[in-house]
Ligand binder design. Structure first.
Ligand SMILES: Cc1cc2nc3c(=O)[nH]c(=O)nc-3n(C[C@H](O)[C@H](O)[C@H](O)COP(=O)(O)O)c2cc1C
Length: 218
């Protein structure tokens, strides 16, 4: 199926500005009872491949996990890492609502219809330069965001996560990733959404607080 041949399964197709301002992390609104079709996932991934990436090397690899047993295995590591993360994070750093959302996803990850595990070729040496570090992971993130936007425009919700990377090696062994050759970058939970196609505007600090012109302003 080509990307243009697809008709979104909702009547609502967001315009670009709406996509950019209203694509939140979806955790509690993921529809855990409705499968996501492989053609829909591959269509979103096909679009994601057009994202910028270092030297156009396209070192990314995507592993889609929709097998219940494999999802359950990953979910166990995810839950352990998420619990450890939350107990190490100060209560002031996150609102109760945010904590509840993170916990919800950790508790239900095995039920999420599809997990997209993004990887990149190679491993970063401990002493890698800042430029190398930035390029290494940064070569995959634009594609992930494109994937999330493509998914959102087709009535899907996504949650980009990294917490399971505390158990990267165990997850690699579980799904057969040769961990000396490929590094995991992020895991994206994907599902249809409950409660209609609309989303709130993602809350962000005003631009003025984070923008300077010509000279750094603290
Ligand atoms: C690099 C990165 C890692 C993240 N890791 C996690 C994670 O492990 N678990 C989780 O529930 N959310 C994770 N998130 C989602 C953020 O918590 C979320 O984007 C942020 O709270 C802002 O909320 P919003 O996306 O709904 O606007 C991650 C986001 C990014 C960009």
């Amino acid at each position: 199926m080509t990307a243009t041949a697809h008709t979104p399964d909702t009547a609502h197709t967001p315009d670009i500005d709406e996509l950019l301002t209203r694509t939140p992390t979806v955790r509690r609104r993921l529809d855990l009872s409705r499968p996501v079709s492989r053609p829909l996932l591959t269509q979103c991934l096909q679009l994601a491949l057009h994202a910028p990436n270092g030297g156009n090397r396209q070192n990314w690899r995507f592993l889609v996990i929709d097998d219940p047993e494999t999802k359950a295995g990953i979910a166990r590591y995810y839950k352990a890492a998420s619990d450890a993360y939350l107990s190490a994070t100060s209560q002031a750093a996150m609102s109760d609502k945010a904590v509840a959302g993170v916990r919800y996803l950790a508790d239900h990850l095995h039920e999420v219809p599809a997990l997209v595990l993004a990887c990149t070729r190679g491993r970063l040496p401990e002493d890698a330069s800042l430029a190398r570090q930035s390029g290494f992971f940064g070569a995959v993130y634009p594609a992930l965001w494109s994937f999330m936007l493509a998914a959102r425009s087709r009535g899907l919700g996504t949650a980009l996560t990294t917490v399971h990377l505390a158990h990267e090696r165990e997850v690699a062994a579980l799904v057969g990733i040769p961990a000396d050759e490929f590094t995991q970058v992020a895991l994206v939970a994907v599902g249809h959404v409950t409660g209609g196609p609309g989303f709130r505007r993602t809350p962000r600090r005003p631009l003025d607080e984070v923008l300077s012109w010509n000279r750094w302003r603290s």
